[in-house]
Design a protein around this ligand. Structure first.
Ligand code: THU
Length: 161
């Protein structure tokens, strides 16, 4: 007999920037600023991320594309791998991400891709506190997750090895 299973994810949706905490607002602004360093001539899809460490350091990231398309890397992983290399062992508190079309001020509705979710989960598994996430959702909205694991239910991680 099969058993019907269910999995839900928890997140908050904010309808305006003002509703975010001051710290979250700051991080979102830094993610938006990071869009300016995006190298995305092939997609014109500009993504910026900003990751806040426990010691107050903010590490930005942006998507970096390549003529050999699959060799590019997303903004989220650029920031996280930089932390792995430059701030090893430091605890990550939260990360923000924002995406907009190149040469416009129009922010899009875009949540992290599957590969970035897997990498976020690996970083979360290396520390005690969960990693919070703020995703800019279009022009007005913001999605807030209290753990990146909520982005990847029923996942594969080191506990499965
Ligand atoms: N991209 C990101 O930077 N983050 C995501 O989570 C989704 C996609 C980038 C990759 C590529 O440079 C462009 O957006 C279009 O897919």
């Amino acid at each position: 007999m099969s058993k019907k299973m269910e999995s839900t994810i928890r997140y908050n949706f904010f309808n305006s920037f003002q509703e975010l905490s001051a710290e979250d607002q700051q991080l979102v602004l830094q993610a938006q600023e990071a869009c300016k360093t995006s190298y995305s001539p092939y997609s014109n899809f500009t993504v910026g991320s900003a990751v806040l460490l426990q010691d107050g350091t903010v590490v930005p990231g942006s998507n970096q594309e390549n003529a050999a398309y699959p060799d590019g890397l997303c903004a989220e992983r650029v920031a996280l791998f930089a932390i792995g290399a430059l701030h090893p062992g430091k605890t990550i508190l939260k990360m923000a991400v924002a995406a907009r079309r190149a040469n416009t001020e129009l922010f899009l509705e875009a949540s992290p891709c599957g590969s970035c979710r897997q990498v976020m989960l690996e970083f979360e598994g290396r520390q005690e506190p969960p990693i919070e996430m703020i995703v800019r959702w279009g022009q007005e909205g913001y999605v807030k997750l209290h753990s990146v694991s909520d982005l990847l239910p029923f996942n594969f991680s080191k506990v499965n090895l």
